[in-house]
Design a protein around this ligand. Structure first.
Ligand SMILES: NC(=O)c1ccc[n+]([C@@H]2O[C@H](COP(=O)([O-])OP(=O)(O)OC[C@H]3O[C@@H](n4cnc5c(N)ncnc54)[C@H](O)[C@@H]3O)[C@@H](O)[C@H]2O)c1
Length: 463
């Protein structure tokens, strides 16, 4: 660890609270103003960024809202396979928004600069690749791929087309994750050795039993298109369409859906390219509604030593039947502390260092020796170790809160549009997105095939 980094850390003295007012609020405000100026400077009628969203479900609406929070961005068109969602688009954004059930009609329009791909996981890659070849910038929801075999193809398409392509895992743009990374890199927790991260839920909606509209049928849903790229075809089933996460044919289970957020944050903070060994276990414990993916899953993942970091181990867990209720945790543990990012909104760094002296007494063999021996041991010990050596150094926690009202999805979109406007690299490119997604999908393979999966994180290939 470079000494200048150590010095920098010492500035975060006793009981340090990094408040949003002192460190972030002002910077965030300035950043927002800079974007307005930049957008205004370029705005003529053709200079706005004109977007379309493909997949207008829960995230499609959320992503569209976040995208439109960025100055100089305009919604032109939306695409979805359920008619009611296209009606909803017109209710919210007006009758002039072009709507269609065929994404190719979006891609062929010359007046659209960027598309958001917020479909079910099975369509991310085909639509994103088509969109890049049609000259669009692409914001693709996570996980970047449905199958590991798709990753290098998508990276190649991005390289060939040079399209602006960003994956939609917003932790990469989060101000708290950026601050945690800065402190991690400055040595705040010593040498990293392990990470624990999880999501716990205890509700039907949390377990993906989303509301189904009353008119759901083959008349209102383009079922053939939805399963067009699936090998196994099924008769129309509203559960499969509106609760697709529960089926491997269209979704990626808890690993692809939620582990991917955890690994994205972990890779961002540690700078890691990824693990080399992945093992997971799972169980369908409670939500036996026809789904073919587990509702409780745990993974053990091994990160080898690399130029970016020492070797460390990661355990991931998703539990949809958790008596703990709704929680998420990320604890990054090092030899001298832990970065605890649990439950979002910021983090706490608790620092602990071992004293030089090993100590005696307590849960120890010391008390089992005759009194004279105990006395001699204490004398010897006090000669060997100074009073300071016998104490664990006092180190204070660092607490960081995000600014009030802060939204990392808005920030992630602002970064995406900045890359379109300025040509600077995106914050989460296809290589990063694939390196986060592939180990998560390997967790599914490990569970379904009951084996350890080997992964080459540098070349992004299964071992
Ligand atoms: N970044 C995040 O925090 C975050 C949060 C939630 C969901 N997501 C991701 O967003 C994606 C969508 O999730 P959701 O919860 O919004 O699902 P959803 O079921 O609510 O919406 C998906 C929509 O995609 C449409 N669709 C599917 N295939 C299509 C196709 N070929 N052409 C056009 N439309 C198509 C469906 O009609 C559906 O309305 C998922 O990949 C999910 O992983 C990301």
């Amino acid at each position: 660890m470079a000494t200048d980094r150590r010095k920098f850390l010492k500035q975060f003295g006793t009981s340090v609270i990094l408040t949003s007012a002192s460190l972030t609020s002002l910077a965030a405000k300035e950043e927002h103003e800079r974007r307005i100026l930049q957008a205004e400077k370029r705005i003529s009628s053709n200079d706005k960024i004109r977007i379309a969203t493909i997949g207008m479900g829960i995230m499609g609406f959320n992503d569209t809202r976040a995208a439109l929070s960025v100055p100089g961005v305009e919604l032109v068109a939306c695409c979805d396979l359920y008619k009611g969602r296209l009606d909803r688009v017109k209710e919210l954004y007006g009758p002039n928004i072009f709507t269609t059930g065929n994404y190719k009609e979006i891609l062929s329009r010359k007046d659209i600069d960027a598309v958001i791909v917020a479909t079910s996981d099975n369509w991310h890659v085909p639509i994103s690749i088509d969109a890049m070849h049609s000259g669009k910038a692409v914001y693709s929801e996570k996980p970047m791929v449905h199958h590991i075999s798709e990753g290098l193809k998508e990276i190649k398409a991005q390289r060939e087309t040079k399209a602006v392509f960003q994956v939609g895992s917003q932790r990469v743009s989060s101000i708290a994750f950026k601050k945690a990374r800065e402190l991690y890199q400055a040595g705040a927790i010593g040498k990293i050795n392990s990470i624990e991260a999880s999501f716990s839920r205890q509700s039907a909606l949390g377990a993906w039993q989303y509301t189904i509209p009353l008119d759901a049928s083959v008349q209102t849903v383009d079922w053939d298109q939805f399963q067009a790229n699936s090998k196994a075809k099924h008769d129309y089933d509203s559960n499969r369409f509106f609760r697709w996460r529960n089926y491997r044919e269209y979704g990626t289970g808890v690993a692809g859906d939620l582990f991917v957020h955890l690994l994205t944050g972990i890779h961002f903070i540690t700078g890691s390219k990824g693990p080399n060994k992945i093992f997971s276990i799972g169980d369908l414990d409670y939500w036996k509604d026809g789904r073919n993916v587990p509702d409780v899953m745990s993974a053990v993942i091994s990160y080898p030593e690399s130029p970016e970091h020492p070797a460390f181990q990661t355990t991931l867990r998703v539990n949809f039947v958790s008596g703990e209720g709704e929680r998420s945790t990320t604890k990054i543990v090092g030899s001298e502390g832990v970065i605890d990012m649990s439950d979002g909104g910021g983090f706490t760094i608790r620092k602990r260092k071992m004293p030089v002296a090993p100590g005696y007494g307590g849960w120890d063999s010391f008390d089992t020796y005759p009194e004279a021996m105990q006395k001699a041991i204490v004398e010897e010990y006090n000669k060997k170790y100074s009073a300071a050596d016998q104490q664990a150094p006092k180190m204070d926690d660092v607490i960081y809160h995000e600014p009030e009202g802060y939204n990392d999805s808005n920030e992630h979109f602002a970064n995406f549009f900045d890359s379109m406007r300025t040509g600077k690299p995106v914050v989460e490119d296809a290589v990063f997105g694939f390196r986060a997604a592939a180990p998560c999908l390997a967790c599914n393979d490990s569970y379904f095939e009951n084996k350890v999966i080997k992964w080459d994180p540098v070349n992004m290939k299964l071992g």
